[in-house]
Design a protein around this ligand. Structure first.
Ligand SMILES: Nc1ncnc2c1ncn2[C@@H]1O[C@H](COP(=O)(O)OP(=O)(O)O)[C@@H](O)[C@H]1O
Ligand SMILES: [Mg+2]
Length: 325
């Protein structure tokens, strides 16, 4: 028997009707996240990462396509048993303060999901809260403090602990590091990596910072204007990206290896991505792609296999001969 993936989206599209027209925020994404994976979703601001993440956890309704969680259709699962779904899949917001009540202490914040789900006696709940604090490595002295009196790093640790209160199997995190100082980002990344290994979690992390994803993720999806540009196993993908967009994103990231850093050529992406109100015809990246040919402006590339890595949506990314800028 094959086990179903943790997350599987099929033809997932989320379009917003606005006064200026239809915004195609997510426009046909087939995403597979394996159980136990640490899966990164990257791309420039506005490419649809948040919308995709919200649709996975059911905070956003899909215009078309489907989301399956652990093999079950998300819509019917949420309709049939919202509480069980919430216990299985948790979402971590970009801004930890915004997702917590300002008047609740850390202790109350952590206990609340247990109360809502009527789990354990008062004593058992207090024990669980102290285990959660241990899990995210913050001292119990913060229990009576309000979230806004904590440092950014501690606040994010509390929001992670809260998400773990119900022992979920899947964590979906929307830019969980962007509100943090650079100095504490590495600590929170390490915390995610430890929790993933220790608890066997499946983690999806949305980030616009490629360096973070390269460091910890086992798999990656690179998005461009609501679509998948490239996806696959992190290590080979970052070592030899097939899509010119991935190459350009990666060229902006400093390498810790001084030899690679010395020879790193920077590919400047000109301008902002085009608007999802009116995406370019053909390949959506063609208007900014340094190697685009005529075909790229007329025909939309399908995802095609890249040996040893995954798939890329580029006409020029034929097996073995993908474009190198
Ligand atoms: N509720 C909404 N109504 C209209 N447009 C939206 C809405 N939410 C997001 N968008 C638009 O969808 C696109 C993708 O947004 P988002 O998913 O937030 O991207 P990212 O997280 O990658 O920055 C953007 O153009 C954004 O302006
Ligand atoms: Mg976002």
């Amino acid at each position: 028997m094959t086990t179903s993936p943790a997350i599987e989206t099929s033809g997932l599209a989320i379009h917003f009707k606005t006064a200026s027209g239809l915004v195609r925020a997510v426009d046909g994404i087939d995403l597979t996240v394996a159980r136990g994976a640490f899966h990164g979703i990257v791309g420039e601001s506005g490419c649809g990462k948040t919308t995709l993440a919200r649709a996975i956890v059911g905070l956003q309704t899909a215009t078309a396509g489907s989301v399956r969680i652990l093999g079950r259709d998300r819509t019917t699962w949420q309709r049939d048993d919202r509480k069980e779904f919430a216990r299985t899949v948790q979402f971590i917001f970009q801004d930890p303060l915004g997702s917590m009540s300002r008047r609740q202490t850390v202790g109350q914040t952590l206990e609340e999901p247990l109360q809502i789900h009527r789990l354990g006696s008062a004593t058992e709940r207090r024990k669980k809260v102290s285990e959660l604090l241990d899990l995210v490595a913050i001292p119990s002295t913060v229990l009576d403090r309000l979230p806004r009196s904590l440092s950014g790093g501690q606040r994010q640790r509390v929001s992670i602990a809260r998400a773990l209160a119900l022992n979920p199997q899947i964590l979906v995190c929307d830019e969980p590091l962007s509100a943090l100082d650079v100095s504490v980002r590495a600590q929170i990344v390490n915390l995610f990596a430890r929790l993933q290994a220790q608890l066997g979690l499946t983690i999806v992390i949305v980030a616009h910072d490629l360096a973070i994803v390269r460091e910890v993720c086992s798999a990656v999806t690179v998005m461009y204007l609501g679509k998948t540009a490239e996806e696959g196993v992190s290590k080979p993908l970052f070592a030899d990206p097939a899509h010119p967009y991935t190459q350009a994103l990666l060229s902006a990231v400093p390498s810790p290896d001084p030899r690679i850093e010395a020879s790193r050529s920077r590919i400047l992406l000109e301008g902002d991505p085009p608007s999802p109100l009116n995406p370019p015809t053909g390949c959506r990246f063609s208007t900014r792609c340094p190697v685009a040919v005529v075909q790229c402006r007329t025909a939309e590339p399908a995802l095609r296999l890249v040996p040893h890595t995954g798939q890329a949506a580029c006409h020029l990314a034929d097996s073995g001969t993908h474009p190198v800028l």
